[in-house]
Ligand binder design. Structure first.
Ligand code: NDP
Length: 257
């Protein structure tokens, strides 16, 4: 078996949203390492530029594109800029941009609800839609929505966030159904607690010990723990997979009782 042919991404062009930090930044490097040309997209372009410089110095093809998923007028231009800089159509989308709000349901004000849903759901929807239209025209592609275990189980203090991620999982399934005939595969990964800037909210809240007790593997995840699932879904290795939502969570979604 030729693992490089199965999991490799040579000649493929990818766009990662939310690539200025954490999971997105790491996954952009992973895709580049697997051979893809990668566009790193987010609002903090200084961070993207630094990451791209690092990737290019290491011999990879990469570019930075400004993207605010809550401003729909930035989405098409981000894809245009990426395709023009990398010289090919986006065939892989890691739809990763997202924000967290932690607090009681009764306390979350309207502006915060809008911020979370506009980013995690509407933003992800529109970015995926832009990618899907282009991929369908080009004859295929792979979309990976970064959801969350919060979209699979009920976790307190995460009402709007959990709702946005559950909706993203459902969106993944409908997209998969509608786009299968166009050669576009759509799947979701559902990370558990991954140690990124986002995780800092739980650390600041003194919740780490409680959270760890919920994880059978008794450790928090690292962005690199997502590599296997994402490479599987992005590459030919996952060619018969669409509409799935894969937990990568150290067993957090399991429960003894
Ligand atoms: P980070 O806060 O490190 O990264 C979030 C990324 O999203 C940043 O690059 C940020 O870039 C980008 N982003 C936020 N808002 C927007 C926007 N409006 N437009 C474009 N980009 C935006 O957190 P993580 O890496 O942990 O989170 C990445 C994804 O993983 C999120 O969708 C999150 O919900 C999900 N996830 C994370 C888990 C965890 O435990 N860490 C668990 C489960 C899911 P910028 O600010 O520069 O625009």
């Amino acid at each position: 078996m030729n693992l490089q042919a199965l999991f490799g991404l040579d000649g493929r062009v990818a766009l990662v949203s939310g690539a200025s930090s954490g999971i997105g930044l790491h996954l952009a490097k992973t895709l580049a390492g697997a051979g893809a040309a990668v566009a790193l997209a987010a609002r903090r372009t200084d961070r993207l530029d630094a990451a791209v410089a690092e990737l290019v110095a290491a011999g990879h093809r990469a570019c930075a594109v400004p993207l605010d998923v809550t401003r729909s007028e930035t989405i098409g231009p981000a894809f245009d800029a990426a395709e023009s800089a990398l010289g090919g159509g986006i065939g892989i989308l890691v739809n990763n941009a997202g924000i967290l709000y932690a607090g009681r349901f009764v306390d979350q004000d309207e502006a915060e609800v809008s911020r979370v849903l506009d980013t995690n759901l509407k933003g992800a929807f529109l970015v995926a839609q832009t990618a899907a239209r282009r991929m369908a025209r080009a004859g295929g592609g792979a979309i990976i929505n970064v959801a969350s275990t919060a979209g699979l189980r009920a976790a307190g203090f995460l009402s709007s966030y959990a709702a946005s991620k559950a909706a993203l999982i459902q969106l993944t399934r409908v997209m998969a159904l509608e786009l299968a005939g166009k050669g576009v595969r759509v799947n979701a990964v559902c990370p558990g607690n991954i140690e990124t800037d986002m995780h800092q909210t739980f650390r600041d809240g003194g919740l780490e010990e409680t959270l760890l007790k919920r994880i059978p593997q008794r450790r928090f995840g690292q962005p690199a723990d997502l590599d296997g699932a994402v490479l599987l879904l992005a590459s030919d290795a996952g060619r018969y997979m669409t509409g799935t939502a894969i937990p990568v969570d150290g067993g957090q979604t399991l429960s003894w009782m």
